[in-house]
Design a protein around this ligand. Structure first.
Ligand code: A3P
Ligand code: MG
Ligand code: MG
Length: 386
């Protein structure tokens, strides 16, 4: 007799839900062709002012205003990225954990744009599989190549849509609290670069004497698709290029970046392997086609500007076999979103599925049945239940 004939013949009414086993993040598992990814389309935007107050408009959108001669490499530079660090710097309170607050506020105020058609419209007020910040997706994309920092992502299924938020890990908390003055300066310098490169109006000029206030920001809200996963994603956009050949967002948006001046081939390799991975993931996700980078010398002065086309970045790293592959990033993200859909099947705003990952390990999860740390707050549940 065969093994299956020995199995007891018990009638089963309902098969129990078998939780999926942990998900690997090993790059070798995700090699292959690039999955379907649709260029996201902008559905709206919002702004956060100097007090971090939400506005349902684009008042904090800024405009790229590069120095004359940038395209010919002749720009007169030497900008001091430390200028104002002591006396003209207002830093956002990072203890204030906003979670998805501003995206949910936008959704609440723009509900009419998101409702699906047909009978199920009231069951699924947000006709998308996922809602999240671009920064969280960037972390997911970079995971197969990340060797330093783990992450915790908290997920809730509410009315047919999965909301992905982040929780700070204990290691990240400790690092943040123990940040040195040098690290604070480096953070400031990235924002200061923006104030040398951006103007408040399309024909205005940068105002480097302004206060750098990291509460302020402009966020685009976009709809996108990765394979079978539809999503609503929001991300902070540094500026718009009014002279862009394609004036519609996100194609007219530009990402600004700073990096240490590259002086030897070792530094160049590490710039390609680590920096360009993050830059590509961040900009590709929103469909931002251009990155303008400022390279700084050890004294914190900008010594050169360089443009990177997002679509060309993968070609720059292709020669290095130990480098990264954009298809691995995207296939892993696709697999992780599949995994979330398999795990997070209880549609309840009080239930939080907590996914954790540490470098070198698999992704695991726990379930908080009545969580003290909700992903979708009560005010949002009420607003979407009306
Ligand atoms: P750089 O990007 O030039 O490093 P973004 O580039 O995403 O628009 O962010 C603007 C700046 O915020 C960054 O400039 C950096 O200074 C700071 N910043 C963003 N994310 C950070 C992080 N995780 N840790 C430290 N600083 C960060
Ligand atoms: Mg930014
Ligand atoms: Mg930037």
């Amino acid at each position: 007799r065969g093994l299956d004939q020995e199995a007891p013949d018990v009638p089963r009414t309902k098969s129990p839900h078998i939780p999926p086993s942990p998900l690997s993040a090993r790059p070798s598992f995700y090699q292959g062709s690039f999955p379907f990814y649709r260029l996201p389309s902008e559905l709206g935007s919002f702004s956060l002012d100097e007090k971090r107050c939400y506005h349902n408009d684009a008042r904090r959108l800024r405009y790229l205003s590069p120095p004359p001669g940038m395209d010919r490499g002749e720009a007169s530079l030497g900008w001091d990225l430390m200028d104002g660090f002591e006396d003209r710097y207002v830093c956002r309170n990072e203890d204030d954990k906003e979670g998805l607050l501003h995206i949910l506020t936008w959704v609440k105020e723009n509900k009419g744009l998101l409702r699906g058609n047909g009978r199920s419209a009231s069951d699924r007020p947000v006709d998308r599989d996922f809602v999240t910040w671009r920064g969280h997706l960037t972390k997911i994309l970079c995971t197969p190549y990340e060797t330093q920092e783990g992450w915790i992502l908290a997920v809730t299924l509410f009315k047919g849509t999965l909301y992905i938020s982040e929780r700070e890990t204990a290691v990240a908390y400790k690092k943040r609290k123990e940040r040195t003055r040098e690290q604070e300066k480096l953070m400031y310098s990235g924002y200061k670069f923006e104030s040398y490169m951006c103007a408040d109006s399309p024909d205005g000029s940068p105002c480097p004497s302004e206060v750098v206030n990291t509460n302020e920001g402009f966020c685009s809200v976009l709809l996108g698709r990765l394979a079978s996963h539809s999503f609503l994603v929001s991300g902070e956009v540094d500026c718009k290029d009014s002279s862009s050949s394609n004036p519609s967002p996100p194609s007219c948006y530009v990402e600004l970046k700073t990096s240490a001046q590259i002086r030897n081939s070792h530094q160049e390799r590490s710039f390609h392997r680590y920096k360009l991975l993050k830059w590509w993931c961040q900009s590709f996700l929103l469909g931002i086609p251009l990155i303008v980078a400022g390279f700084r010398n050890p004294k914190g002065r900008i010594v050169s500007l360089e443009k990177f086309r997002t679509s060309e970045i993968p070609h720059l790293v292709r020669g290095d076999r130990q480098s990264w592959d954009p298809a691995v990033c995207m296939n892993f993200c696709n697999a992780f979103l599949d995994y979330i859909k398999k795990v997070a099947i209880t549609d309840d705003p009080r239930v939080v599925f907590v996914f954790s990952w540490e470098p070198g390990q698999d992704i695991t999860f726990t379930v908080e049945a009545d969580s003290a740390n909700l992903v979708v707050p009560d005010w949002y549940v009420q607003a979407l239940s009306q």
